[in-house]
Every structure is written in structure tokens, then in C-alpha cells.
Design a protein around this ligand. Structure first.
Ligand SMILES: Cc1cc2nc3c(=O)[nH]c(=O)nc-3n(C[C@H](O)[C@H](O)[C@H](O)COP(=O)(O)OP(=O)(O)OC[C@H]3O[C@@H](n4cnc5c(N)ncnc54)[C@H](O)[C@@H]3O)c2cc1C
Length: 452
């Protein structure tokens, strides 16, 4: 590495909305950097100035961009990855590390939209993504912090428990997951809480350490020869001959191919994509160290946990098993991560009243990229490649689809996916500012309160 340009720890929130948030007047001891980066060296730039010409330029150094870079560099294409923030400064360094079977729409929903055959193949991509994530750790030996602990989903009401039971019993042939139902009477084997009406364990799912996964993908990409530069925003992408001219904060680069791997941080760089991506803030807190024994008493099997409410919460033991990391949507409008602490803490202690007096040491936010059809989208438009829209499931999906789009860019037939060629929907009058979010959250809160 020609390490003259060092990258500092992830600190930026990146969206214009976040930039406009006033700083808290009082000094506050709560760190706004993700817990995952405590004691972990951030990924550094491989060079300080971009080269003038590359085969492949990738915008966004998260799981998608780095995974794609690994493939294009391995195929012998000179590859440059640029990020406006630090390397991994988007969601990839900020997430909850939960790795679930990750295609959101059900088989039935997809069957109605796309027919049974494609629905089946799309759902299969979720399993393939999870398998790929596992293989990074188990076959390639990468240190991703992968823990095959399973995910417990708590039922918010008795009716939700019945729905979980039905879902487990009526799985589509060929798409079965290993699901164990946990009735309320034995719930304490999963969680020291009476908050839920039982739940389901998704046995093949698990968790990673987000910072370790990011670092592992970065290493694999740079080992193959990809160059990575952070704090270098791409400002414009224009056509030049049969390629592109890319203007960045550190100079102009001629690129034969360009990939947008900007997910929830997709801004006006490409208005067509901005009109199709819905950025939604997700907020997390970490407790002070509680000690491994106390954490094990709260979550005996160390599983990642979420529940059936519409306004989703997700939580788990920290990677070192000493704390609880808790996330969700706490505000109607995007706000400062620290401003969310009281509400997130209240949500945490509703589940674990035992934690009422525990201190919060970290609070952070990142922008999840949703789509109108709740599916990821990848492909190319006007020769500009893109891969994005994981709807909060990018821990398994982004490395996997990043790999696939990288393969597509070099003409490798393994890059084909069941999502290729799907229309990427937008909505009239939508230009990237989700005005409908606050009323939707408000309605969802009511539904959750009423248990429907
Ligand atoms: C708080 C939180 C919790 C989450 N928890 C989970 C979870 O438990 N499980 C799960 O599966 N998923 C989770 N997610 C979602 C998951 O993290 C993302 O889906 C995934 O990281 C997306 O990776 P990516 O590489 O596509 O995008 P990102 O990691 O967001 O990277 C996009 C990058 O593009 C860069 N960029 C944008 N515009 C430009 C530009 N003009 N020039 C240069 N760079 C630019 C940004 O700076 C950013 O770094 C969570 C997300 C958040 C925020």
C-alpha cells in the first residue's frame, strides 16, 4: 500500500439530511461511531490520487463495491473504488450484522408478480446469498466474525405466533428453511424476557461482525489489485467515447466501465437511480459492557433477534459478547443519532426491564436503501452498471450481488441472477426524498400498538 492518505475512523453520516442536523449544544459522552470499529483499524486508502485511466471505476466502497472490485480485479481489469466517506463509511460499517434469509417478498407475492418459476428462482437467491456469506468464513477462512447462531424472531401477539407457526408449516417445496417454533412457555431458553408470545428460530441464519466483514472484503479486493480511495466523492459521470469520464474530488478519471454501488446513499449523481431508491435512517445503540455472563443470561444462545412488529427492532450480543447492541427506527423524521437514545433505550428496556439502569455508550445511524418492490436491483442502464436496494438485508445480499455484478461486468456467465432484467420501479413525483415515511411509520406504530 502506498499509504500516504490515511483514512480516519468512520464518523460521517453522509446524507444532506444528516448534514443539516444541528450539533447537540451540550457535550455528550456518547460516541457516534459504530461500536464495531472500537479497536479495529479502519481500512486505509491504497493510493492518495486516482489514476487517470482505469478499466473499471466503482462508486461506493461498501460490501457491494468491494465485492464487485474483487471480481473485476481478479479478471485482470484495472479497478478503482472511490467513496465519498471513509472506506465502509456507509451502511457496511454501520449495520447490525444480522444475516438472514433475505429476500423480503414472500414466494406467493413474487408468484403473483413474476410467475411461479421466477418467484422460485428469486427466493433461491436469498439462500445463495446466505450460503456465500457462510463460505467467505467457512471455506475461504476470512475473519468476518460469522457466528452460525440462528436468528430468533419474537411474536408480538398471539396471532403473530400463529402466523409464524403457519409459515413454518406451509413452506414452498424446495425453498424450505430449518425453522424451530418456540412456544411462550419455553421462550426463556431464547431470551430472558416475557415481552413476546413465543417465536421462531431460523436455524441456518446468524450474525457477523460488520467491521470484520468489511475489512475482509476490502483485503480480498486489494489483494487482487483493486485500488481503493476514501473521502473522494464522485461528482459527475459523463460519456466519453465508448466509456466514461468521471469527475471526482481528487481529479478526473477515464473509465471503460462504471458501477454505482451507492445503495441508500445514492444521491443526485444519477437522478434515475435516486428516483428508485428510498433512503431510510436506521439507528443503533450499544450498552456499556455488561459482562459475558450477564449477556448470556439475557440471550442464552447468543442469537441475533428481531420481532414481528411492523416498526422492526433488531438486537444481539456485541461481537465480543460483552454488550447488547440494539437497533430500530425510533423517530418519525431523520435526526441526530444521540437524539434517538432515549427512545431506543425505552424500546430496549420494554423488552429487558433488567437493563433500566444500564448506560449507553454508542449511538449511530446509517441510511438503508429500500426499493418500491422490496427487491434488490442490478444490471446496467445506458451502459452504467448498478447494484443496490437490499431493503435492510444487505449483510448477506450486498457481498453476494456485488460478486454477481462484478462477474457480469467482465462477461462471466456465473454473474447471471434471477433478478436480471426486472423493471426497477419508481413512483410519480418521487425524486429521492421519502415524504411518505413519517405518515407510514406513524400508521405502523398504531398497527403495532393494536397488535394487527
Ligand atoms: C443501522 C443499520 C443496521 C443495519 N442492519 C442490518 C442487518 O443487521 N442485517 C442486514 O442484512 N443489513 C443491515 N443493514 C443494511 C446493510 O448494512 C446494507 O444493506 C449494506 O451494507 C449495503 O452495502 P452497500 O455496499 O451496497 O452500501 P453502503 O455500505 O451503504 O455503501 C454505499 C457507499 O456509497 C458511497 N457513495 C454514495 N455516493 C457517492 C459518491 N457520489 N461518490 C463516492 N461515494 C459515494 C457512500 O459514501 C457509501 O459508503 C443495516 C443498515 C444500517 C444503516
Amino acid at each position: 500500500m502506498s499509504g500516504s492518505a490515511k483514512l480516519t475512523r468512520i464518523a460521517s453520516n453522509m446524507t444532506p439530511a444528516a448534514a443539516a442536523v444541528p450539533r447537540l449544544a451540550e457535550p455528550n459522552p456518547i460516541a457516534t461511531t459504530p461500536l464495531w470499529w472500537d479497536g479495529v483499524a479502519p481500512a486505509a486508502a491504497t493510493r492518495s490520487v486516482p489514476p487517470q485511466r482505469v478499466d473499471v471505476l466503482i462508486v461506493g466502497a461498501g460490501y457491494t463495491g468491494l465485492s464487485a472490485a474483487r471480481e473485476t480485479a481478479a479478471a485482470g481489469r484495472s479497478t478503482l473504488v472511490l467513496d465519498a466517506a471513509d472506506v465502509g463509511g456507509g451502511c457496511s460499517g454501520r449495520n447490525g450484522g444480522q444475516a438472514a434469509y433475505s429476500i423480503k417478498p414472500s414466494f406467493e407475492t413474487l408468484r403473483r408478480r413474476h410467475g411461479a418459476d421466477q418467484a422460485f428462482r428469486i427466493r433461491k437467491e436469498g439462500a445463495a446469498a446466505l450460503a456465500y456469506l457462510r463460505s467467505l468464513s467457512e471455506s475461504e477462512g476470512l475473519a468476518t466474525g460469522w457466528r452460525p447462531v440462528g436468528v430468533f424472531v419474537g411474536a408480538h401477539t398471539r396471532r403473530h405466533y400463529a402466523e409464524l407457526a403457519r409459515e413454518a408449516g406451509e413452506q414452498t417445496a424446495g425453498l424450505e428453511q430449518r425453522i424451530t417454533l418456540v412456544p411462550k412457555a419455553s421462550q426463556h431458553a431464547e431470551i430472558a424476557s416475557d415481552f413476546y408470545h413465543g417465536g421462531s428460530v431460523y436455524e441456518d441464519e446468524g450474525s457477523v461482525d460488520p467491521a470484520c466483514l468489511l475489512t475482509a472484503l476490502y483485503r480480498r479486493a486489494t489483494e487482487q489489485g483493486a485500488e481503493v480511495i476514501g473521502r473522494c466523492a464522485v461528482q459527475a459521470i459523463g460519456r466519453a467515447g465508448d466509456g466514461f469520464e468521471v469527475q471526482s474530488a481528487l481529479g478526473t478519471v477515464q473509465a471503460r466501465q462504471v458501477l454505482l454501488a451507492t445503495n441508500g446513499y445514492s444521491g443526485k449523481l444519477s437522478p434515475w437511480h435516486q428516483r428508485r431508491m428510498i433512503p431510510i435512517g436506521s439507528y443503533q445503540i450499544a450498552t456499556e459492557p455488561l459482562g459475558a455472563e450477564r449477556v448470556r443470561a439475557l440471550i442464552p444462545r447468543g442469537r441475533a433477534i428481531s420481532d414481528t412488529r411492523r416498526v422492526v427492532v433488531y438486537y444481539r450480543p456485541s461481537a465480543d459478547g460483552e454488550r447488547i447492541v440494539f437497533g430500530g427506527r425510533s423517530a418519525l423524521y431523520e435526526t441526530d443519532a444521540r437524539a434517538c437514545v432515549p427512545r431506543l433505550r425505552a424500546m430496549l428496556t420494554q423488552i429487558f426491564p433488567q437493563l433500566r439502569t444500564v448506560a449507553i455508550t454508542h449511538a449511530w445511524v446509517g441510511w438503508v436503501g429500500f426499493t418500491f418492490d422490496k427487491l434488490p436491483h442490478l444490471g446496467s442502464r445506458d451502459d452504467l452498471f448498478y447494484c443496490m436496494g437490499y431493503c435492510g438485508q444487505g449483510v448477506p445480499l450486498a457481498p453476494y450481488f456485488g460478486m454477481r455484478i462484478g462477474q457480469q461486468m467482465v462477461g462471466d456467465p456465473r454473474g447471471r441472477t434471477a433478478l436480471d432484467g426486472l423493471p426497477f420501479p419508481s413512483r410519480p413525483f418521487y425524486h429521492g426524498m421519502p415524504w411518505f415515511l413519517a405518515p407510514t411509520i406513524l400508521a405502523y406504530r398504531w398497527f403495532d400498538k393494536l397488535g394487527i
